[in-house]
Every structure is written in C-alpha cells, then in structure tokens.
Design a protein around this ligand. Structure first.
Ligand SMILES: [Zn+2]
Length: 375
C-alpha cells in the first residue's frame, strides 16, 4: 500500500498545510518536508485538496506500482453496506407530496420579477466593451449581453465546460451573468480554491433543495467549509436520522440530472421580505444583515434562496455528492437561540474524485484507530 519513495515539497507557504502537519503526513520541518513512505490515499489527498501543490512535488519512480483497488476486506464491507442500505428503506423519510405551499408562492413572485428583469435587460443599449484575459489577450464583447461563459466558449468548448466560476475585475462572477463594461476576466477551474468554495456552496443549495422537499423546514445558512459544505434547517417537528441520507442523496442525484440553472435576481428588501415571509430566519437576515436597498436572490429548480452568490452554471456540474453527517446546532451558534439541524456534505465535479475522497477517509479512520490502539 506504500509508495517506496520520497516526496519533496519545495516551499511551505499555505496556511492549509498546518492541517496536513496535524494530520501527521509531513513533518513541520518546512522546506524539507518529507515523508519516507506515503500511502496512495495520502498522495490522493494532497492532489485533491492542494492541487497547486502537486506542481511542486517531484516523485521518484515508484518501484512497486500501487493498484488502487479495494482490498478483499473493503469489498466485503462495501457489499455489506450496500445490502444494508437496500434493506434500510423502511421507516425513513421520503419526498413530501405535495411540497410545502411556500415553494409555489416563492416561484410566483420570482417569475414576476424575472420578467421585469428581462425587460430591463433587453432595454439596455448594446455597447461594445473590451474583455482582457490574464495573458493580456483581449476579446470584443457587448455590455449586458456577453457572459463569461460566451467568452470561454469562444476560446474552446473544453475550457467553457471545465470552468467553474469567473472572476471579473477581481470579483467572483456567475458564468451566465452578463458583463457590464470593460473588464479583466479570469476563468477559474477546480484547481482554484475560490472555485472549490463556489462549487461546494452551490452544492449546499442542492442539498437545501432536497431538505426542503423532504422535511419542509425553514432553511437558515448553507456555507462552504474547508472540505465540503453544510446546510442548517429549523425543523423542530422531528429529528434527522443518518438513515435519511440515502433519500437526500437520491434526490440530489435527480436534481443534478435536471441540470437546473442557477439564476440570479437583484431585488429590494421589501420584495425579499415578502418572498421569505414564511421563514423567520431569512427575515432576520434581511432585517439585521442587509444594509443595502437591494440584495441578490438565486434560484435553482424550486429552491429560491437569499444569497450573495455566485454559483456554478447549473446543478448538472455536481456529478457526485455525498451526505456525510448531521448534527444539532444553534441559530448563529448562540446557545439561547433556536436549535437547528445541520446536514453536512461533500461533492466533486467527477465521481472518481468522490471515490478517492472516500478512500482517504477510510485510510484516515484506520490510522486514527491505530493511534488509539497505541495509546
Ligand atoms: Zn448561494
């Protein structure tokens, strides 16, 4: 299972590496950081979460090529878990039928404001603008018409497909949001940490959509975290059980298959207070956190959420999502506030990346087990 080789890491500048040191993978002896034998999973972890680091690594020839297949023990375990999952469908949750009433009310308001926005957009004069790419090349575009996705597609379809998010004049910008004037444009892919955060944040919306459709509670905050994301929901009626996870994952898969576009609207506080009047937590956010006359709201499928964005183009970009755990928490972490249910997840643009991530978790759990055994 080990690479009989050394991995040299030239520099040590990223604060994230601190967690790798804690992890026991590399020594904190910076600049000389090395581990005499690194497992395949550990190497995958570096590649997965610190892709820019892989450019700084020089791996010697591997004398025993590692076959990343499941061990017979893992296979049996995986089969057992699959069987257990298949048997475990009784007594768990399912999608609400009908959906909570507030969903349709929200959509009706959205449709009204979206039509108004499209009319405003169509009335904008068609001005030529210049888009400057990171290599200095320039592209002619039209203000309020051309999107970063159009520019990417003009370069290559492959680039357009692999871009997760754009950065316009140093501001993260939806790929389908029209450019507004002369600008600098960057196209960010999975190897960029900002793009990963956008990807995970977008995945939180998909999980949130599934949570609304299954539990019907009030969604609170759904941010990205260092490895994945979570969504909090006020749902005092019943607890959430880990046996619900496969129901949520199944629904998220359906949501991904539908390639629901992430659409953006900028609305006034009054319009938003009406749209979210069923949810006291979103009302609190609007009254206490929003200090501007307008703010943004995003839609994917039936979920419309108060959010600054940006997001991936559509839910189909998330090809693998796993619900990892749940816990109880408090509104904004205050112990005297309402108790909320938190559901965590992790997601990737490719299913094989999730498989690698799962393997890393398995490996880490084994190591923790060994550590406990030694104490
Ligand atoms: Zn969002």
């Amino acid at each position: 299972m080990h690479f009989p080789t050394l991995i040299y890491i030239n520099t040590f500048t990223n604060p994230h590496w601190a967690s790798m040191v804690d992890y026991g993978l590399i020594t904190p002896d910076l600049g000389q950081a090395l581990s005499p034998s690194v497992t395949y999973s550990e190497l995958m972890m570096i590649k997965l979460f610190y892709p820019w680091r892989t450019k700084l690594m020089h791996c010697k020839e591997v004398s025993t090529p590692f076959q990343p297949t499941l061990s017979p023990l893992s296979k049996t375990k995986a089969m057992k878990e699959k069987k257990k999952k298949a048997e475990d469908t009784s007594g768990t949750v399912s999608e609400l039928n009908p959906w909570p009433e507030f969903i349709q009310k929200r959509i009706n308001l959205w449709d009204k404001y979206k039509t108004q926005y499209q009319e405003q957009l169509a009335a904008k004069p068609e001005l030529s603008i210049v888009v400057t790419l990171p290599d200095g090349k320039t592209v002619e575009a039209k203000a309020w018409r051309t999107t970063p996705y159009d520019v990417a597609k003009g370069i290559s379809q492959g680039l357009a497909d692999s871009t997760i998010i754009a950065r316009v004049n140093n501001e993260l910008w939806d790929l389908d949001r029209p450019l507004e004037g002369d600008c600098k444009l960057e196209l960010l892919r999975w190897d960029n940490t900002d793009a990963q955060a956008v990807f995970w944040h977008s995945s939180a919306h998909m999980l949130g959509e599934a949570m609304e459709r299954v539990y019907g509670g009030c969604l609170c905050y759904g941010p990205p975290i260092e490895e994945g994301f979570y969504y909090d929901m006020y749902y005092p009626e019943k607890g959430i059980s880990s046996t619900d996870f496969h129901v949520l994952e199944g629904l998220v898969k359906k949501i991904a298959k539908e390639k629901q576009p992430f659409e953006r609207l900028e609305l006034t506080k009054e319009q938003l207070l009406e749209m979210f009047d069923y949810n006291p937590f979103k009302v609190r956010i609007l009254n206490e956190k929003v200090n501007t006359p307008t703010t943004t709201v995003y839609r994917c499928g039936p979920l419309i959420d108060l959010c600054r964005g940006p997001h991936v183009r559509h839910t189909g970009k998330v090809k693998a999502l796993k619900v990892t755990k749940n816990s109880a928490t408090y509104w904004e972490g205050k112990a005297d506030a309402e108790s909320l249910q938190r559901i965590y997840g992790v997601s990737f643009p490719e299913p094989k990346q999730l498989k690698e991530w799962e393997m890393i978790q398995e490996e880490a759990a084994k190591r923790d087990h060994r550590k406990i055994g030694r104490v």
